[in-house]
Write a protein that binds this ligand. Structure first.
Ligand SMILES: NC(=O)c1ccc[n+]([C@@H]2O[C@H](COP(=O)([O-])OP(=O)(O)OC[C@H]3O[C@@H](n4cnc5c(N)ncnc54)[C@H](O)[C@@H]3O)[C@@H](O)[C@H]2O)c1
Length: 312
């Protein structure tokens, strides 16, 4: 198939691109290499076509005309909760208006399906864990709001314009190529500190948890969504809660270095726990997370050990 991956120079999108290429598909990566995002030109594999373009750009229509994608895997986004909260207008311009530019062009140019990178942020702080597809959506950040709104537009475009979709609601994704400098997940940030033989900051008592899902498993969900899950919205996690303390201990073991810990107060607005029940993704996409956290952390550590001095 011909697949356009928006945001394909970024952390997750580049692994999705790898998975599509490995399965024999033709891929065009469209990415603006946004200065505050994790996109890097060198993340795009040589076998993929690359178009340096903003998803809000009107001339995107030319790319649809020429490449004629059958599928769009939409990973381009203003993906920072902090930036979205400081600048909700920019957040909505990229995550809502940019998405609409993609959807309008997709309909106009005969795309069959959109695969959408959604987020656990659409749920806010749920009353019950694990979260699943029936958990009420009460996003607590502009980023969570725009990701939720995106899903509503997908439903509208399917119903009114016949454009199929699958929405994948990711937990905390980690793995090689994650930007360790921004507000990326704690795993990438900690690995950067461990490799520099520096201390780490642990907020609160470190027992707060997240559902960490390995990026190659996320790419596998994107592969499954090519054929399955039409009109569906799925939680993509591991159904496990992992504390910051556990990640710290795992990294001490893998690196042989006991990084000094600075305790910091609880961060305002941070949910205490997260966990995603992925039973529906298993049933309808045939997907389940295959990577144990200890293996994923080891692979990520090994990657950064080789790549970090060269990556900036
Ligand atoms: N990392 C996570 O844990 C996580 C969790 C849930 C959802 N997501 C979603 O997954 C997707 C990928 O996230 P990521 O962590 O790989 O982030 P990332 O920053 O590495 O990737 C996003 C990519 O989008 C590109 N981009 C940003 N604005 C653009 C624009 N206006 N036009 C074209 N390209 C633009 C960036 O250059 C970057 O390459 C995002 O949609 C994000 O919201 C990520």
């Amino acid at each position: 198939m011909r697949i356009m991956v928006t945001g394909g120079a970024g952390f997750i999108g580049s692994h999705v691109t790898d998975a599509y290429l490995a399965a024999g598909h033709e891929v065009l990566v469209l990415d603006a290499l946004w200065e505050h995002g994790g996109g890097r030109r060198q993340n795009v594999p040589p076998r993929a076509l690359f178009m340096h373009m903003d998803i809000r750009d009107e001339s995107i229509t030319r790319i649809f005309q020429e490449f004629k994608p059958e599928i769009v895997s939409h990973h381009a986004a203003q993906a920072s909760v902090a930036i979205g909260s400081r600048d909700p207008i920019y957040d909505a311009q990229v995550n809502v208006v940019g998405l609409l530019n993609i959807l309008e062009n997709a309909v106009r140019h005969g795309v069959q399906k959109i695969i959408y990178a959604s987020s656990g942020a659409i749920f806010g702080t749920p009353e019950r864990l694990p979260m699943n597809e029936t958990t009420p959506q009460r996003p607590e950040s502009p980023y969570g709001i725009t990701k939720m709104v995106g899903e509503h537009y997908l439903r509208f475009f399917q119903h009114e314009r016949g454009l199929d979709f699958t929405s994948l609601r990711y937990g905390n994704v980690y793995g090689p190529r994650q930007d360790p400098n921004g507000e990326a997940g704690v795993i990438a940030i900690f690995i950067g500190r461990f490799l520099a033989k520096e201390g780490v900051r642990i907020d609160s008592d470190g027992e707060q948890t997240r559902d960490y899902v390995y990026v190659r498993d996320v790419a596998a969900a994107n592969l499954a969504a090519l054929e399955r899950g039409g009109g569906g919205m799925y939680c993509i996690g591991t159904n496990k809660r992992t504390s910051v303390n556990k990640i710290y201990k795992e990294l001490c073991r893998v690196s042989g270095f006991e990084a000094p810990v600075e305790q910091a107060p609880k961060r305002q607005g941070d949910a205490r726990d997260a966990q995603f029940d992925c039973a529906l993704a298993k049933k309808e996409l045939g997907w389940s997370p295959g990577t144990e956290l200890s293996d994923g952390i080891r692979e990520t550590y090994e990657y950064f050990k080789d790549a970090l001095p060269l990556s900036r």
